[in-house]
Design a protein around this ligand. Structure first.
Ligand code: ADP
Ligand code: MG
Length: 400
């Protein structure tokens, strides 16, 4: 890990000082209550460490997609309430972000106190990484902690710009964990290193394929993505989701990948995802003209599971089928189950991507993976080999 973390700070850099902590509390709300607090829980190790070390916590986050102005339905008030319950201690909420009143509230904190400020996306300039806003946000703290891995691929004022005006600027523990797992897989994977890619569109994953191909021993493809490759192989794809403008690209990838890229040999097809009772298995050469590929078939499930169980590092992004609608969840569940078993046999298993993480969670297998990333878009950009602005802005760890 090349970035400093809160654990690298000297106690005197923390105690009694205001920690401006950027978290990813972009949680789903349901009639004014937090519907899923996974992301809040994920930040607790960082927050509890800072509390124990007697910092004064000033927490900021975005929530939803408000248009640079206050929208009550995107207020962080319910999130602050839920955070208080999870921490088991009082959490103050101030419905402003970088105003004089907000700054005064940060100055009124005692050691170990926790303050949550209002949604950073209510502020004009946040998404433009406006320098004046970044400076204004910097008044809210004496040092900066970024634990918002899920927002680290965005160069926003609260995720990147503010770090230029606050020192130290360090990673939180969730950020560190994400970078350790994803970075470890890319930089020093234990071999065999296997990647599994699926999901709806090949267009969103081409850069991931390009970046992973030179590193992996094998790349297994599933989901509708496979169909664009089938088209490149000259196969009939029926009414499957295909991206015609990506067929040439898929063709070139197939040539370069050679034996390392595996496509499902059999597939589950149906007239539509709504007609699960009409689902049946065909060889990939026999997809009916009026039906769609909606999942990988049973032979492919078994062979993908075997490959997973022989690998030492496995990175998975994108479901194998329309997992939201049984029976087209079978391929995704088979991969999730095999990954859980591989973890128990000592492999490092990493799930990235919002829908894949949701599928694993729904199958009750999250705890049996080495790591399930909390950042969908951020994990994808990381796997693409891109530099994440929210990470780049943090202090480098210099040799001791
Ligand atoms: P992630 O969020 O894990 O990165 P994506 O967003 O790329 O995954 O893809 C998830 C979506 O892909 C799901 O909504 C799923 O229904 C869809 N999908 C997977 N396989 C197919 C398929 N064969 N046909 C149509 N949609 C599919
Ligand atoms: Mg998705």
């Amino acid at each position: 890990m090349s970035k400093r973390t809160i654990l690298d700070l000297h106690p005197s850099e923390i105690r009694g000082r205001r920690a401006l902590v950027r978290v990813d509390f972009n949680v789903p709300l349901d009639s004014g209550r937090v519907a899923d607090d996974t992301r809040i829980s994920a930040a607790l190790p960082t927050l509890e460490t800072l509390i124990t070390r007697r910092a004064r916590l000033v927490i900021v986050s975005h929530l939803g997609r408000p248009k640079a102005k206050p929208e009550p339905k995107y207020s962080l008030a319910p999130v602050a309430a839920r955070l208080g319950e999870l921490l088991g201690r009082p959490v103050t909420f101030v419905g402003e972000t970088d105003t004089e009143a907000a700054v005064a509230a940060t100055r009124a904190l005692g050691d170990g106190d926790v303050l949550v400020l209002e949604n950073t996306r209510f502020l004009p300039g946040e998404e433009q990484n406006d320098e004046t806003l970044a400076k204004s946000l910097a008044r809210l703290g004496d040092f900066y902690v970024n634990d918002a891995f899920g927002a680290a691929h965005r160069a926003h004022a609260s995720t990147a710009g503010v770090a230029a005006f606050l020192r130290p600027a360090v990673a939180g523990l969730l950020m560190e964990r994400e970078l350790a797992y994803l970075g470890g897989a890319l930089e020093a994977p234990r071999h065999p290193f296997l990647a599994i890619l699926g999901g709806a569109k090949i267009s969103g994953k081409i850069d991931v394929v390009e970046s992973l191909l030179p590193k992996v021993d094998g790349l297994l493809v599933g989901g509708a993505m496979a169909c664009t490759f089938y088209r490149a192989m000259g196969l009939e794809t029926g009414t499957s989701l295909v991206e015609p403008e990506r067929v040439a690209m898929a063709h070139s990838l197939l040539e370069r990948a050679g034996y390392r890229l595996t496509l499902p040999h059999d597939v589950t097809v149906a007239p539509s995802a709504e007609q699960g009772t009409r689902a049946h298995t065909v060889k990939r050469e026999a997809i009916p003209k009026d039906e769609a590929m909606l999942d990988i078939g049973p032979d492919s499930r078994a062979s993908y599971a075997r490959a997973i169980l022989t690998a030492k590092t496995i990175v998975w992004n994108g479901p194998m089928g329309v997992f939201e609608t049984p029976p087209f969840d079978a391929g995704t569940l088979a991969v999730a189950q095999a990954m859980a078993e591989a973890t128990e046999r000592g492999a490092t298993t990493i799930v990235g991507g919002g829908d894949s993480a949701a599928a694993v969670e729904r199958a009750g297998l999250s705890a049996r993976m080495s790591h399930v990333s909390t950042g969908g878009g951020a994990s994808l950009e990381f796997l693409e080999g891109k530099r994440l602005p929210g990470v780049a802005a943090l202090d480098d760890r210099t040799a001791p």
